[in-house]
Design a protein around this ligand. Structure first.
Ligand code: IPE
Ligand code: IPE
Ligand code: MG
Length: 243
């Protein structure tokens, strides 16, 4: 039997700044190097047959960083989309952006939307880029959408169920996260996909993001394949003896 493959992998790409500092370079040098790892990650997981990959690229809280770093990251994202769309076409990868696109600089936003448009017909892996994304902000926006529908008389409060909330998120079709990976040594999820990851398997790596290799990606998949995902039920072995 093939080992279980996660349907949706979410990655917190952390550690770029420290990687650069260790080399006596400015933090942004680490961000640039990190894009190389991001590209390898897309290649590796799409080759592995993963259907959804979400990369935490810029959080709602990252707006608090110095303006120069924010500007650099915004430019880098636009550049990356330009550079990577041809390979996404080759690999049949479709990109979507989740987050507060309205807060992004016009130029960057246009590039991201162009990438979404060009790859919209691709049927392989979906690459979701979480940009200006915060999980609580996403839930606030979902609550507002539902409240607006209720106020217009289109939705009764008792009709609000898990599906209604999922359908009101930024990208409703994004399935539950099966495996969440965080590099850089911290063991927290930093406002990333709270609704979608309640039952995610968590994989933490000490490696800084630019040092995260395909060997490490393989290890994360192996870790996932060994998990016994019970979702609150009992596993097959113990299901028979109810006493
Ligand atoms: C993650 O690396 C990339 C972004 C948040 C954009 P950091 O920039 O957080 O790097 P460290 O954690 O400071 O090393
Ligand atoms: C999380 O990393 C956000 C991204 C990787 C885009 P941070 O470096 O911003 O997270 P905290 O602040 O250490 O929790
Ligand atoms: Mg960090």
């Amino acid at each position: 039997m093939e080992p279980a493959l996660p349907n949706h992998i979410a990655v917190i790409m952390d550690g770029n700044g420290r990687w650069a500092r260790m080399r006596g370079r400015p933090r942004v040098f680490g961000h640039r190097q990190g894009t190389e790892t991001a590209r390898e990650t897309v290649r590796f997981f799409s080759d592995a047959g993963v259907k959804y990959l979400t990369l935490y690229t810029f959080s709602s809280e990252n707006w608090k960083r110095p303006q120069r770093e924010v500007d650099f990251l915004m430019n880098l994202m636009g550049e990356m989309v330009d550079r990577e769309v041809p390979e996404m076409m080759e690999r049949n990868v479709r990109m979507v952006v989740l987050g507060r696109k309205d807060l992004l600089p016009e130029r960057g936003r246009r590039k991201l939307e162009e990438g979404e448009r060009k790859t919209a017909g691709n049927t392989g892996m979906t690459l979701a880029l979480a940009i200006s994304y915060g999980g609580r902000q996403e839930l606030v926006s979902a609550a507002r959408k539902l409240a607006e529908r209720a106020a217009r008389g289109e939705l009764k409060p008792e009709e609000i169920d898990e599906k209604a909330i999922s359908d009101a998120l930024y990208v409703p079709e994004l399935p539950d996260v099966d495996l969440m990976i965080r590099t850089g040594g911290e063991r927290r999820t930093s406002n990333f996909l709270p609704w979608q990851s309640v039952y995610a398997e968590l994989y933490f790596s000490e490696k800084l993001w630019p040092d995260f290799t395909t060997g490490e990606m393989r290890q994360a998949l192996d870790y996932y394949a060994k998990r016994d995902r019970r979702f609150g039920a009992l596993n097959d072995d113990s299901a028979g003896d109810g006493q």
